[in-house]
Ligand binder design. Structure first.
Ligand SMILES: Cc1cc2nc3c(=O)[nH]c(=O)nc-3n(C[C@H](O)[C@H](O)[C@H](O)COP(=O)(O)OP(=O)(O)OC[C@H]3O[C@@H](n4cnc5c(N)ncnc54)[C@H](O)[C@@H]3O)c2cc1C
Length: 395
């Protein structure tokens, strides 16, 4: 509230930043926003047809956007976790969910485990060029017969002298067709339960790595999604990422950052769709008035705004805990679940408010709905998030 004379009026347009962000974050936000508006958004339509070019990653590396929270000694910017949130939020403005996802797989899914668990040699080989945008990363967990049930994967890595021999397959792998390396989840000891998993950094040009078909999807068309086969792929023992037998725990850690970034992307995508639709509702006339002036429509906006704000606050508060050294798995699961759900609800309601125009590609809201729909499945389905939350209470 601001005091004007002796009357207090609500500050609907106050642009107070959230307490997790400081002036450096705001400067970063402005420079990413300028880059996105100038170099990405104009190509969103084209890349729906062709997928985005690798040059986007190279360019983002040049601009220093790929290692925002990575140490400076590896070429990163040495920032905090909130910088990654800023990137995820601003990438949503590219109007291309597929592009935002491809970049996030590189920066927030495959890169963190290399940084945290990698040897110095592995960091020099993969992390440094990935931050520069010279090498592209992917992450391979899901298999044709095991997605939610990560412990059910069948890809095997068997030791043979100084090497491991890998056999198996992975599916729905984002960046799978363009990646230089994959962080691969394998089983090294099928009898050891959760202690039988091991991660490997597998160069995608290794003999026996087969990039099978590019998969066709409902949305996220600007990203490439691969079915991959690994046939007697030999990697040196030095390609092991982290500890032998600890891969399951390593990947569960990775999933937390991935889910939180996904939540931030959902909130930003929902907000953008809301803003676009608000503008439309102010212009579109029916029965002699702006459609936004019908109480029914006004209430739709009120419902959407409340959901978006709730999801945003939940995501920011959870990020604050995460950035301050907590491991808030319950809250991350809640933020991921809620943000993904409301993003789809908001996009659906925005289509409704647009009427027939909402069903047309020209207005872009149908694409937001299709792109956002993935978030209720990828990185852990709604059902798995509910299970994690429920179990966290000892149930
Ligand atoms: C476009 C796209 C990109 C992707 N990118 C990647 C990537 O880069 N790397 C990668 O590794 N994976 C990726 N994935 C895979 C994604 O993470 C999985 O699809 C997801 O984890 C679900 O696994 P699934 O598809 O095997 O479904 P399933 O596990 O077969 O689940 C099917 C249904 O059963 C439900 N279900 C399963 N178990 C339970 C349970 N215990 N309780 C209640 N319900 C349950 C699920 O919620 C779901 O509704 C991607 C997927 C898509 C679609």
């Amino acid at each position: 509230m601001s005091a004007t004379d002796d009357v207090l009026k609500p500050d609907f347009d106050a642009q107070q930043k959230h307490f997790i962000f400081n002036d450096d974050h705001e400067q970063l936000r402005q420079s990413i926003a300028a880059f996105v508006a100038k170099e990405l958004t104009p190509h969103a339509e084209e890349w729906e047809e062709t997928t985005f070019p690798d040059s986007v990653i190279h360019r983002m590396g040049e601009l220093g956007f790929l290692g925002l929270s990575m140490p400076e000694e590896y070429g990163g910017q040495g920032g905090d976790y909130y910088c990654n949130l800023v990137l995820a939020e601003e990438m949503a403005r590219s109007n291309s969910g597929g592009l935002a996802m491809g970049v996030a797989v590189h920066t927030d899914m495959a890169m963190p485990p290399i940084h945290l668990f990698g040897t110095e040699e592995q960091k020099q080989e993969w992390l440094v060029p990935a931050i520069k945008g010279e090498k592209i990363l992917s992450l391979g967990i899901t298999e044709p017969d095991a997605g939610s049930d990560v412990s059910g994967i069948k890809t095997r890595a068997v030791r043979d002298g100084d090497e491991y021999v890998i056999n198996g397959s992975k599916t729905y792998i984002t960046n799978g067709h363009r990646a230089d390396v994959i962080v691969l989840v394998t089983k090294t000891d099928p009898d050891a339960g959760y202690d039988g998993f091991t991660l490997f950094l597998v160069p995608m040009d290794s003999p026996g790595v087969i990039r099978e078909k590019k998969l066709e999807k409902l949305g996220m068309h600007a990203s490439d999604t691969a079915l991959l086969a690994f046939q007697d792929v030999r990697v040196p023992a030095s390609a092991m990422l982290g500890q032998e037998g600890k891969g399951f725990y390593h990947i569960m850690w990775e999933l937390q950052g991935e889910r939180l970034i996904g939540a931030a992307g959902c909130v930003a995508g929902a907000q953008l769709c809301f803003d676009k639709t608000l503008e439309y509702a102010m212009e579109r006339q029916a029965f002699g008035r702006q459609i936004g002036k019908f109480q029914v429509i006004r209430h739709k906006f009120a419902e959407m705004a409340t959901k978006i704000e709730t999801a945003r606050q939940m995501t920011y508060m959870t990020a604050w805990k995460f950035n301050n050294g907590e491991y808030p798995v319950r809250e991350i699961s809640m933020a991921k679940l809620y943000s993904a759900r409301i993003a789809v609800e908001v996009a659906d309601e925005c289509i409704q408010i647009h009427g027939g125009a909402g069903y047309m590609k020209e207005y872009g809201v149908e694409r937001t709905w299709r792109d956002m729909r993935l978030n209720r499945i990828g990185a852990g389905t709604d059902e798995i998030m509910l299970d994690v939350i429920g179990r966290s209470y000892g149930l």
